[in-house]
Design a protein around this ligand. Structure first.
Ligand SMILES: Cc1cc2nc3c(=O)[nH]c(=O)nc-3n(C[C@H](O)[C@H](O)[C@H](O)COP(=O)(O)O)c2cc1C
Length: 134
């Protein structure tokens, strides 16, 4: 839902956007991209959602150099999960940084306990974030 709203907002601003919702490294083509926005929630105990877990695992094992990539993170979680709070987005942040990608801006952290409208909050944040990509 958050991804759909963000894609619509970026289209309205005139940006070309390709939406990835699963399919591994071939579908994601991160090595060819200049910018990526990761929108990821957390499930299990700090785990990645099923649709993106294979991509994360493939990248962690293939370890492509992603020095050309700049990325942002919109993370969803719930602080009641304490130690595993935002585990999904944090896993992305750690892996992309390890592979040489450069994060642009701070992570947007959407705690479900005080963000009843994560789609609106994410859109507002992304509109600002995208201007910092240059
Ligand atoms: C089964 C389950 C496990 C969850 N585990 C975590 C967790 O470990 N850490 C966290 O920060 N949030 C956790 N959450 C909260 C979700 O990440 C949060 O509610 C998010 O907004 C859900 O988005 P989604 O339903 O689109 O995946 C969990 C939610 C569910 C239903």
């Amino acid at each position: 839902m958050v991804g759909d709203c963000v894609v619509d907002a970026l289209h309205e601003l005139g940006h070309e956007v390709e939406r990835y919702t699963g399919g591994g490294t071939k579908a994601a083509r991160l090595g060819e991209r200049q910018a990526a926005l990761v929108i990821c929630s957390t499930t299990g105990i700090g785990d990645l959602p099923q649709n993106v877990a294979p991509l994360h695992a493939e990248l962690a094992s293939e370890r492509p150099a992603l020095g050309q990539l700049r990325y942002g993170i919109v993370g969803l979680g719930d602080r009641n999960y304490k130690e595993s709070y935002l585990g999904g987005p944090k896993k992305w942040d750690a892996l992309l940084a390890e592979l040489g990608a450069q994060r642009v801006g701070d992570r947007l952290e959407l705690d479900a306990t005080d963000h009843p409208t994560p789609d609106l909050d994410a859109v507002a944040w992304v509109k600002q974030w995208v201007t910092t990509l240059g």
